[in-house]
Design a protein around this ligand. Structure first.
Ligand code: VGL
Ligand code: ZN
Length: 258
């Protein structure tokens, strides 16, 4: 009677080694699991994922710079606290991206979002049609210094510019649609034409134009990451910025830090 072949005890180790080698190869190829959307508050350190641009997948990398304009920086008409702090972050990041899209708040004089035309104060609220409109100081009027991009921003990296808020009767916080969703800016079509599916978004202000751009982008099916240290908020009400970031994460966006 022939003896049964001896059980090969080394087999499981072989399998383990193969598994380790395959996972090492996959991670070396840049394939990694997508972090799940986070539900924590943005000021919760665990909710902020460190940004490692180099490890990302092969999607065209697209950066959207929201409204980095003089009027939103210190000294400007609608200055966001530390608004100019986003400029060095933008300059550092732009060279890493294949597409850099800059938005520009671009209002005609007498825009209906300006408090001055209503005999009211900035921060007051009126109805524009059926939309609740917060009134702002006159800002980003087309062709003025305040509407220009911050002078230290390396504009040579911009591949596309989107101007918004042009209709005098309706405001446009989002880079995609005006607040009444009457008209699109054409940005979604542009991104679709270029085959862009992933967006990294930063700029001013976190609680208005960054927030609504991110929410519309998520609604349109884009993968969205907010580059947190490239954003600053207005915080008309204390906590507005944190609430905006929570809304973005609840809608499926990621908050990352570079
Ligand atoms: C913005 C208020 C009015 C912004 C623009 O860029 O966040 N906020 N217009
Ligand atoms: Zn505006």
């Amino acid at each position: 009677m022939t003896a049964l072949p001896k059980k090969n005890l080394s087999m499981p180790y072989d399998i383990v080694i193969v598994i380790i080698l395959v996972s090492l190869m996959l991670s070396a190829c840049g394939l990694k699991t997508v972090p799940r959307p986070l539900e924590g508050r943005a000021d919760d350190a665990d909710a902020i994922i460190p940004l490692d641009i180099k490890l990302e997948n092969s999607e065209p990398k697209t950066l959207i710079l929201i409204d980095i304009q003089n009027d939103f920086c210190p000294g400007g008409a609608l200055a966001v606290p530390e608004g100019d702090a986003v400029v060095p972050a933008a300059n550092r990041l732009m060279p890493v991206y294949s597409h850099v899209i800059a938005t520009q708040d671009w209002h005609p004089a007498g825009h209906h979002s300006f408090a001055s035309g209503h005999g009211k104060k900035p921060g007051d609220i009126v109805m524009l049609g059926n939309i609740r409109q917060i009134l702002w100081p006159d800002h980003c009027v087309q062709g003025t210094h305040g509407a220009e991009f911050h002078p230290a921003l390396h504009r040579q990296y911009f591949t596309h510019i989107v101007q918004k808020g042009i209709n005098p009767e309706v405001d446009s916080y989002s880079a995609f649609f005006d607040n009444a969703r009457l008209k699109s800016t054409g940005l979604a079509d542009y991104l679709h034409r270029k085959g862009i599916t992933h967006l990294d978004i930063m700029g001013l202000a976190t609680d208005y134009c960054v927030k609504y751009s991110a929410l519309d982008a998520l609604d349109l099916g884009f993968q969205v990451r907010i580059l947190l240290n490239g954003c600053r908020g207005i915080n008309l009400q204390p906590g507005d910025t944190d609430r905006a970031l929570s809304e973005i994460t609840s809608a499926g966006g990621l908050i990352v830090n570079e």
